[in-house]
Design a protein around this ligand. Sequence first.
Ligand code: ZN
Length: 454
Amino acid sequence: MKKKILIVLCIILCLIFGKSIFLNKFEDITVSLGYMRFSIDTIESIIQYGDYSVIGAHYPVFEGSDINNDILKLIHKNIDKFNDTFNRIILLDPIYKSELNIDYEVFKPNDDIVSIKFTIFENMNYYAQPKIYIETLNYDLNKDKRIYLNNIFRGDYLDELRSYVSSHSTKLNKESFSNFILDKDNIVFFIDKNEPALKIPYVKLQEYIRPGFKNVETVETFVPKNPEDYDIIARDEMLPNDHGKTSRVISLKRPMVALTFDDGPYTRATIPILDTLKEHNVVGTFFVLGNRVEKHKDIILRIVNEGNEIGNHTFSHIQLTSLPKNKIKEQLDKTQLAVAKVTGTEPKIMRPTYGSYDEKLRASINMPMILWSIDPMDWKVKDGEKIANYILSKVKDGDIILLHDIFVSTADAVDLIVPELLNRGFQLVTVSELYEYKGEVLSVGNIYRHIYSK
Ligand code: ZN
């Protein structure tokens, strides 16, 4: 009965959040619906956790295509630009770190063509408003060649395109129209960050379209996938009832610690970490990024099935202190929805990206905020033994340990610390279990770093 209520609740949530996400994108995304998400090889992220400047850049990787070079060029160009600007900063602030965040969406109007839209969010701590840019890449995967406007149009197409823009039309040159994506029926331009996307149906541009350019309009490959189409019931039934939890016996008299893993899941690190945890019949907490969930459904399910906990670590690893309230909500809601679509339940705890929080953030978040008491800087150290030694030299009852399941070296460290912690009598529990067993209730908007006995 309880399960049924949960399922119904999830469906309702999906319906509500699904809609609000489409309506609240950064830009005027009139193009969100009616696209097919293209299945990509993998998602990579560059995440840098500096004291005063942070970077989170996500990008897709396509198997055996030159498109990857163009993607990397775009990412690194923006990282270099950000670092140049940051290096001129005089005021450094650990709560409002300067930030670069790059997230992307992939669209595929037909079998050959792929359009990638990058949303580049740049916020220097002295900016009044973050700057948001759109950059796009269009590619013919069949020919393994980039698609430029000249490959699509011929003749006086620029004049024709200008006629669709009401303002400053005389200033617009070819460069102004260089950021576009291809829809099944339209070409969509991102001309200016202050302008909504300009969507022009191909039919209206018919006389300018090159005969050699594949008419995307006639290709029928699109199958829309709405949140409500998602088969939550089937997935929920896949979960074993015990969640692996009942087979563990926890003694309230023995010390406990919580291992936490941020920014994943990644096949290379999350899988070996799960293997280690399972081998020793212990659990941990995974603060996942929403934009990685759909691609790694199997890992997400495994995390839950083996009794581990999933926490919310935002959708695209953006620093929440630099966002207005509605965008903070969007970052968290999208992640809640992504996880619920796979597991049937929403995370109950969250971890703010880069550990940055302020009063506004505390007031905007309807979940307990989990920080940490031990940080071995695994992202910097990248040596399993050193990471393990650091943790083992500090650990005590009630600690929350920060790790990142991005790096193989972190997985190596977990392999070393788990048996040694068990050896020393520690019990490895999830964050929620840690507070539950220690008899403290996690409350909304509060910050938690550890739970030491008084
Ligand atoms: Zn993180």
